[in-house]
Design a protein around this ligand. Structure first.
Ligand SMILES: *Cc1c(COP(=O)(O)O)cnc(C)c1O
Length: 404
């Protein structure tokens, strides 16, 4: 048994088997490359599911974390601490929202957003029992609240009954949203670019119509930008591209470039008429370590024009991916926005991902038929060429085997 096999066997002895992991043990990362325990090098086009925005081992980022560890790690939210202000200011500035609440994960950010919307409607109407409209094929997380608004029957079924009062509409279909409206509707939640659901960008007209409905009926619009936010689409948040501002915004993944942190942000109008002290809280949320990471990440992104670079390099990325659609009949389409892209395949995605790992390339899936790429935001055109070379080898092998 190799060292790696022994490690995996031991891991499986102790871990609750809730993931089918790939048989790779990553030991360290550098730039946009990962290295496993055998010293094998991998080009990373998954970035730990969209988290490692700056890639691995950025010197400036690492120094910010090290300095913070030397000062203080945790205080609880009973007190103030300097990185909290820096992170809050940074997030408010880049989002154009007014106020922020820090969480430890994306799902918790969604929970907070849902509670805020419910409390807002409760204070306005004096009664509870409000409803939320969510989209089919959406993904908002695995906690009970966030799962309740996740548009996949398969994820929800075993855990029913979940949160009551959720209705599902079809993404990019305004009539289906209208059909689900009622006097009880307090919020509409959606991802401006659906991630897990298959890399579907919203249509601008759909978002504008929804904004109009929300304004007319005092319904709060929640944008979940946990995956598409923080520069991934070539603007800091995808909604800024569409010119439609939400009332509540959720964020996580790339936000701390590697530390577990999320947030929900609200406008002043919402902040002044919803949650008050005692309504919500978290022990870890927004602690000094993660806030230093958030403030540092935003600062680095701005100083190095990382979001602008994503926008500049997107056409080349799309061109590289479109060439696969042209070359292989089992690659039927490309979908996505910026550095959040998917190739639609007619062959099993899992097999492609396994073969790509053999070739030294880390990729993701979205559902059973989309090969998903969420590379670090710092990839260059040379990295895209290298990805194309390695993925080309995988697809060539598939093509040869299909023609046998
Ligand atoms: C990943 C994701 C979540 C859940 O975030 P966790 O940190 O895994 O809880 C929620 N919404 C969207 C759009 C996501 O991509």
């Amino acid at each position: 048994m190799s060292e790696k096999e022994a490690y995996i066997e031991e891991a499986e002895k102790y871990l609750f088997h809730v993931y089918n992991r790939f048989p790779v043990v990553f030991e360290r990362g550098e730039g946009v490359r990962l290295y496993d325990t055998d010293g094998k090098e991998y080009l990373d086009f998954g970035s730990g599911i969209g988290v490692m925005a700056l890639g691995y081992g950025d010197e400036e980022y690492k120094q910010i974390l090290k300095d913070q560890i030397d000062r203080i790690l945790h205080t609880s939210n009973l007190f103030y601490h300097p990185p909290l202000v820096a992170a809050a200011k940074a997030m408010v500035k880049v989002s154009g929202m007014d106020r922020v609440f820090f969480t430890n994960s994306g799902a918790e950010a969604v929970e907070g957003a849902l509670k805020t919307a419910k409390k807002y409607a409760y204070l306005r109407d004096g009664v509870s029992g409000h409803e939320i409209i969510a989209m089919g094929h959406s993904f908002h997380g695995r906690t009970v609240g966030s799962l309740s608004v996740t548009g996949s029957e398969h994820y929800r079924e075993p855990f029913l009954p979940l949160m009551d009062g959720v209705r599902f509409a079809e993404f990019n279909n305004i009539d289906s949203v209208k059909e689900q409206l009622s006097d009880q509707t307090c919020a509409i939640i959606l991802e401006p670019v659906q991630g897990e659901g298959g890399l579907y960008p919203a249509e601008e007209s759909f978002l504008k119509e929804i904004r109009k409905i929300c304004d007319e009926r005092d319904i709060l619009l929640i944008f979940d930008e946990i995956q598409c936010g923080m520069g991934r689409t070539g603007s800091m948040f995808a909604f800024q591209k569409f010119g439609v501002r939400p009332d509540i915004l959720t964020c996580a993944k790339a936000m701390g470039a590697g530390v577990p942190v999320g947030a929900f942000l609200v406008t002043d109008r919402v902040a002044e008429a919803s949650l008050v002290p005692g309504d919500h809280g978290t022990t870890y949320g927004g602690n000094p370590l993660v806030c230093a990471a958030v403030a540092g990440t935003v600062d680095i992104m701005e100083k190095r024009n990382i979001v602008g670079q994503v926008a500049e390099r997107t056409p080349y990325f799309e061109q590289v991916l479109d060439s696969f659609v042209d070359r292989y009949d089992f690659v039927t389409a490309r979908r996505g926005m910026g550095f959040m892209q998917g190739l639609v395949l007619t062959i099993p995605v899992g097999d492609v991902i396994k073969k790509a790992l053999d070739q030294g390339l880390v990729l993701l899936s979205a559902g059973s038929d989309v090969l998903r790429m969420l590379p670090p935001l710092v990839i260059t055109e040379a990295d895209m060429d290298e990805m194309a070379k390695r993925l080309g080898r995988v697809f060539d092998e598939v093509a040869v085997n299909r023609n046998k």
